[in-house]
Design a binder for this molecule. Structure first.
Ligand code: NAI
Ligand code: MG
Length: 509
């Protein structure tokens, strides 16, 4: 552990001036307090055991298929190329959909539900064995801190496979009084913020209900999906039941528009969601959309403040704020605004930003240069429109895409940063005086995906959440997920639910 002297620490967690600690601090000759800062030693996760190919072909019909074009996926924390992956053309999408249709007709719709469950259990168990490898690759390809990929992304992803494996032969219990049947080929398009987890959310219920799948990864994070393809091979799933491809928006559009995809599941931007809705209108395709959010995290004056501070930090800085349900709009009761802001400033100082593979890292790198530009543009608008910015003073690595944990106070309802999804480590703080005002402000958004309520009073929680128009509401916590609980939004956050028994509904008719 290295000791670095000379850093001036002025305030403590309650906002008071720090007194010198005679054991570790000293006074300089000019009387200024020299505070000893204990720096963390690096603790880099080992990546030697990771098996990655230099090039990934498309996984179609149980085989690795070459194509004409390949593109690079990089590590956003150092801009180094990790591997090349296939770019699926319209022709490739057609091959994948046909393989999925053949597998559906010939095998998957014919085998027993118990058999289906067996295969999904196998996927879950193999994933569990390889959890560490998956966590490292997820962090390398997307920039998220290893402690998050290890404790959230991968365990939750495999828990979804376990959970839906259990439902496969119990569908009559999930839909009492209804005789349900699968839909056919499901086309699934996922984003870059939680690649493997989003794939699990989509693939597991689809298979449990008896559908086959064509899934496309996002441009910047294709690797864990191809590793999942290897797991699917190892689990000896009948060929063509799960087809995994990579590409861009045009590839996604080809999946949406293919006449043989009978169900489309999309997670991503509201803009593309609207486009997909138009394209599928008038067809017999079933559709679920999980889009953006601008969640209100409401802190009442009677809340346990230190716990709420942790909830605010977790709500917005988890996964660099690349989270559709992030608590990106903090609504704090006016009477406690000053203390909350003071404590937040203090807490931001201890957030460690840096190498995603360092186990000490709290905030990793921004996923791509495009996303970094979007964040910068919106932050600039916040400054120009008159909000007050505070940023952590941490040093940032030379290479890669980085953005300091940031919050804005004095945010007005009309500011862009109060309305638009920033999808980065940037919090907008607004205030309210009465519970009614909190609810009105919280609901004053185009979105309706999630919300948080912090108060000491149970009755206040229930009263508030019954009036909030959001699909998921956390009380005295934030960003907690479980395969058994449904997730989804209202308004421009989309429709349909993923997870839980509700998540099966999208995959049956
Ligand atoms: P995006 O919506 O363009 O990309 C998400 C996925 O959709 C990717 O796999 C992409 O290839 C695919 N896609 C793009 N155009 C398509 C089309 N016309 N038809 C079918 N599939 C298509 O999101 P992008 O550009 O990566 O991020 C832009 C913003 O969207 C972010 O700044 C963030 O605000 C929001 N976003 C929200 C997410 C969420 O979880 N709700 C996830 C990703 C982005
Ligand atoms: Mg990448």
């Amino acid at each position: 552990m290295k000791i670095q002297a000379g850093h001036k620490q002025k305030i403590s967690s309650n906002g008071n001036l720090l007194k010198p600690n005679t054991k570790t601090d000293s006074l300089k000759s000019n009387g200024v307090l020299k505070k000893t800062v204990w720096e963390y030693s690096k603790s880099i996760e080992d990546s030697k055991h990771i098996k990655l190919k230099s090039e990934y072909d498309l996984f179609i019909g149980g085989k690795w298929i070459k194509t004409k074009k390949y593109f690079e996926t990089i590590n956003p924390s150092n801009e180094e190329v990790i591997a090349k992956v296939a770019y699926a053309s319209n022709e490739d999408v057609n091959k994948a959909v046909n393989a999925a249709e053949k597998a559906y007709d010939k095998v998957w719709s014919k085998i027993s539900a118990k058999e289906r469950g067996k295969y999904i259990f196998r996927i879950a168990r193999i994933l569990q064995e390889k959890a560490r490898e998956f966590a490292v690759i997820e962090s390398m390809d997307g920039g998220k801190p290893i402690k998050e990929s290890k404790s959230v992304d991968i365990p939750l992803a495999l828990a979804h496979f376990f959970y839906y494996a259990g439902w496969a032969d119990k569908l009559e219990l999930a839909f009492p009084g209804r005789k349900v049947s699968p839909i056919g080929v499901a086309g699934q398009i996922i984003p870059w913020n939680f690649p493997l987890l989003m794939a699990a959310w989509k693939i597991a219920p689809a298979l449990a209900c008896g559908n086959t799948v064509v899934i496309k990864s996002a441009e910047t994070t294709p690797l864990t999906l191809y590793k999942l393809a290897e797991v699917i091979e190892e689990a000896e799933l009948p060929e063509g039941v799960v087809n995994i491809i990579s590409g861009d928006g045009a590839t996604g559009a080809a999946i949406v528009n293919h006449p043989k995809t009978k169900k489309i599941a999309f997670t991503g931007s509201t803009e593309v969601g609207k486009l997909i809705m138009k394209q599928t209108a008038g067809t017999d395709k079933k559709l679920t959309l999980e889009l953006g959010g601008k969640a209100a995290n409401i802190i009442f004056e009677d809340a346990p403040i230190d716990a709420a501070i942790e909830g605010i930090i977790n709500g917005i800085y988890f996964n660099q704020g690349h989270v559709c349900c992030a608590g990106s709009r903090l609504l704090v009761q006016e009477s406690i605004k000053d203390i909350v802001i003071k404590k937040l400033r203090y807490r931001l100082k201890s957030l460690r930003v840096g190498d995603p593979l360092d186990k000490n890292t709290d905030v990793g790198s921004i996923n791509s240069i495009m996303q970094l530009d979007r964040i910068k543009e919106l932050v600039k608008s916040g400054i120009n429109e008159g909000a007050k910015i505070y940023q952590s003073e941490c040093s940032l690595p030379q290479r890669g895409y980085w953005f300091r944990p940031t919050f804005f106070s004095d945010v007005a309802q009309s500011h862009r940063i109060a309305n638009e999804e920033i999808f980065g480590p940037v919090l907008s703080i607004l205030t309210f005086r009465t519970p009614a005002e909190a609810i009105e402000k919280a609901n004053n958004t185009f979105y309706g995906l999630s919300a948080g309520v912090w108060t000491d009073k149970g009755s206040k929680i229930f009263k508030t959440l019954s009036k909030l128009r959001a699909g998921v509401i956390w009380s005295n916590t934030f960003n907690k997920f479980n395969p058994a609980s449904p997730f989804g939004g209202y308004k421009e956050s989309g429709f349909g639910r993923e997870g839980g028994r509700h998540g099966l509904e999208a995959y049956v008719k």
